[in-house]
Design a protein around this ligand. Structure first.
Ligand code: AMP
Length: 223
């Protein structure tokens, strides 16, 4: 059997991880697993998890490692993730990255792609980012309704100026260190996210192919 394409997208908030993850997962027919989406759905549904996570998310802080690791372990254990997945928004701390290695033991290797974008560009993007109030999809620039379900586009409650700066601060202190955690692996690649989405998508596909080939056979890659 071909190796599973287990892709991890790293990058600061606003780098375009979610958009690129969704696009890539759709073209390859593998699930996109976004911990931010899972939490927002829980908030929307008013579950216990959602009620506990909401205040933390609205402050731009991180939900606890224990909760997040439990969510991801359960999700990666489902059948649809066996032939591959795109993970977006996890890990965000070194303990989460260590736990992910444990969860992935015995499975095909992770391909790790870091999308980098200068901070002033991130602030600009986050201030103008819109999502659908009903389904949570990213809104297209300039549109007022969701192109997926027709719902109203709104600003994320954690995309206002003060919270954006806090999220970038937390990214720099807690999440950036995991780039170094992965950087020395043969399956690590970095790409420039400060380009048009189609260009980033092409760079992502090329990086994945190169990382996969560096690591033997990979679904869709050359030998
Ligand atoms: P995102 O959509 O990835 O920007 O995530 C939105 C918010 O959900 C974050 O600002 C955190 O509060 C929370 N969150 C998402 N993923 C994680 C994670 N892996 N660890 C801790 N908190 C997370």
């Amino acid at each position: 059997m071909a190796m599973a394409l287990n892709l991890l997208m790293l990058g600061p908030p606003g780098a375009g991880k979610g958009t690129q993850a969704e696009r890539f997962a759709r073209t390859r027919g593998i699930p996109k697993i976004s911990t931010g989406d899972i939490l927002r759905e829980a908030v929307h549904a008013g579950t216990d998890l959602g009620n506990r996570a909401k205040a933390v998310m609205d402050r731009g802080e991180l939900v606890s490692d224990d909760i997040m690791i439990g969510i991801v372990e359960e999700r990666l254990g489902r059948d649809d993730a066996r032939s591959g997945f795109v993970l977006d928004g996890f890990p965000r701390t070194v303990p989460q990255a260590v736990a992910l290695d444990r969860i992935m033991a015995g499975r095909d290797p992770l391909i790790v792609v870091d999308i980098s974008v200068p901070e002033r560009e991130l602030v600009r993007r986050l201030a103008s980012r819109m999502i659908c109030a009903d389904c949570g999809a990213n809104g297209a620039p300039g549109e007022i309704l969701c192109c997926r379900c027709g719902g109203q586009l709104v600003q994320r409650t954690d995309d206002n100026d003060a919270v954006v700066l806090e999220r970038l601060r937390i990214y720099n202190t807690s999440t950036r260190p995991i780039v170094d955690f992965y950087r020395t692996r043969s399956t690590f690649r970095a790409i420039n996210g400060a380009q048009p989405p189609d260009t980033v998508a092409a760079a992502l596909a090329a990086a994945i192919e190169a990382a996969g080939n560096g690591n033997g056979r990979m679904r869709g890659g050359r030998r």
